[in-house]
Design a protein around this ligand. Structure first.
Ligand code: IPD
Ligand code: CA
Ligand code: CA
Length: 269
């Protein structure tokens, strides 16, 4: 087994460990707390489930790779993104779905070697649905290789999108881009609420494209590799390279990349 394959096995084990914690809290119920700073409006949520999932994932990775760096959404935000061996973790992606008892959420774990995504695992613990990718070795759903779709016009496409927690200029830009997509006769727009799984849907050929004007690295670290290993393309909303940091994101099957980034560039907030 190559080193990266071993790393993928650790990512899978960690996603199962975090996922088991999420599943237990999802079944038993948990109190959601507000972490948004927007005048007390409660839509950016966190809970013991996110925090315990992240802690358990971190312990498992640190036991296996004590010298590696960890970056994660809850207590791991200080992780050094310039590290040669970097794990990027969203212990619960789709918190709002989780809070509303919608079974569409995931653990997302990406591993970056020398600044490049090298392995990733995304796991929906309710559906026991596992998405994995290793650089140069393809993208897999529950062990079966997947590929992006071959639709080559917006008129044959289903487009996913996401709204950042901002309810101002960014939301207006997103709505304008959606309207623009419809004017190109797309089949439809979907907003599923879990960016990592949205990216998996692009890789699995269910969505032809996906865009969001602001995502954090833990939202797309694993999913970006999944998209490219499935034959797709991922950039920021202007068509530039994705940083290991907060960024706009556009992912497509490749054929539609110019067409979709033309739209997202036009409305960029
Ligand atoms: C969110 C989800 C959502 C996306 C938001 C993310 P969280 O992550 O991925 O789909 O639209 O921008 O912040 O907060 O549920 O981990
Ligand atoms: Ca997230
Ligand atoms: Ca999260």
């Amino acid at each position: 087994m190559t080193n990266v394959q071993q790393i993928l096995q650790t990512a899978i084990a960690a996603s199962h460990t975090g996922g088991a914690i999420l599943r237990r809290y999802f079944e038993e119920g948990v109190i959601m707390r507000d972490k948004s700073q927007d005048g007390g409006k409660s839509y950016d949520l966190v809970s013991d489930a996110d925090e315990q999932s992240e802690a358990a994932i971190a312990t498992l990775i640190r036991d296996a790779y004590p010298t590696h760096e960890l970056l994660g959404e809850e207590s791991l935000q200080g992780g050094d993104v310039d590290s040669d061996h970097l794990w990027i973790i969203d212990p619960l992606d789709g918190t709002n779905n989780f809070a509303h008892r919608i079974e569409h959420f995931a653990v997302s774990i990406g591993y970056y070697e020398n600044g490049q995504a090298a392995a990733g695992a995304i796991y929906n613990p309710v559906h026991d649905d596992l998405f994995t990718a290793v650089r140069g070795e393809g993208a897999f759903r529950n062990g079966k290789q997947v590929h992006v779709s071959d639709a080559d016009t917006l008129g044959r496409s289903m487009i996913g999108c996401g709204f950042y927690y901002d309810r101002g200029a960014m939301m207006k830009a997103t709505l304008a881009a959606i309207e623009d997509c419809f004017s190109h006769h797309i089949h439809g727009i979907r907003r599923f609420g879990t960016a990592s799984l949205d990216l998996c849907m692009v890789g699995c050929g269910k969505l032809e494209g996906f865009f969001e004007y602001n995502l954090s690295p833990w939202d797309f670290a694993a999913g970006s590799l999944f998209v490219t290993e499935a034959g797709g393309k991922i950039t920021d909303a202007r068509g530039g390279e994705l940083p290991i940091g907060s960024s706009s994101v556009v992912a497509t099957n490749g054929h539609l990349h110019n067409a979709l980034t033309e739209i997202t560039r036009r409305h960029h907030p």
